[in-house]
Design a protein around this ligand. Structure first.
Ligand code: PEP
Length: 250
């Protein structure tokens, strides 16, 4: 039985006042693991505001290296040190806007695992790739790069997130059937490495998830929660999505 997980990715949004307002409006939902990923500079503030709450904390990225002369980077161990439990890796905005490759995601997943974080590996195809019939090649290729680099035991903390690039921030969501098809293929591929890992790994869906479409998506057998962008900046919407991950029960 996999516990549903809903993570809010705040991207490049926020201020100390907004972080305080948003976090104070969040609460844990029973039966669902939840977390928020503010920008790096607000992580410590968020940790303090979340003290005593079951809402977890994550970062949006981490360095591919452990330490050293890498100006501007933030190491996975530093994220763990300030109280993070999760780190997003390979978000499509990192892949497309910051030229992150599978080699980077592999290195970052390694750093996250070493630091005791749960890496949330994001994979997804562009619209062009989908229209050319390459969805599974792209998604499973990004996933396999990481699966090939570690043992199933090492990957115990791994979380996967299917985020079709054409659905991120566009208001266009994959249908529940489209998402389930990809999630099932992702889980089937993980099972070729380890059935135990496949049974336990949470595969989140991300891409314009809103209160109105969350329940149908989360009802699919291989969708174990969501990675939420825009709607995570509106406390009521994020809470409604978290509730949908618990089958709609409060
Ligand atoms: C995301 O950035 O991971 C995301 C899913 O964004 P949105 O929900 O805004 O599409």
């Amino acid at each position: 039985m996999r516990t549903p997980l809903v993570i809010g990715n705040w991207k490049l949004h926020g201020s100390t006042a907004e972080v305080e307002a948003l976090i104070s409006a969040l609460g844990a939902k029973s039966g669902v693991e939840t977390a928020v990923c503010p920008p790096y500079v607000y992580l410590s503030q968020a940790r303090g505001l979340l003290a005593g709450s079951a809402v977890g904390l994550g970062a949006q990225n981490c360095a591919a290296e452990k330490s050293g002369a890498f100006t501007g980077e933030v190491a996975a161990a530093m994220l763990a040190d300030v109280g993070c439990e999760y780190v997003l890796i390979g978000h499509s905005e990192r892949r497309t806007l910051f030229a992150e490759t599978d080699a980077h995601t592999v290195a970052k997943v390694g750093q996250a695992l070493d630091a005791g974080l749960q890496p949330v590996l994001c994979v997804g195809e562009t619209l062009e790739e989908r229209e050319q019939g390459h969805t599974l090649d792209v998604v499973l290729g990004q996933q396999n790069a990481v699966l090939d680099a570690f043992t199933a035991e090492q990957l115990g903390p791994l979380v996967l997130a299917y985020e079709p690039v054409w659905a991120i921030g566009t208001g266009r969501t994959a249908s529940a059937e489209q998402a389930q098809e990809v999630h099932a293929a992702m889980r089937a591929k993980v099972s070729e490495y380890s059935q135990h890992l496949a049974d336990g790994v949470r595969i989140l869906y991300g891409g314009s998830v809103k209160p109105g479409n969350a329940q149908e998506l989360f009802a699919q057998p291989d969708i174990d929660g969501g990675l939420i962008g825009g709607a995570a900046l509106v406390a009521d919407d994020f809470m409604a999505i978290c509730q949908a991950a618990n089958g709609g029960s409060a």
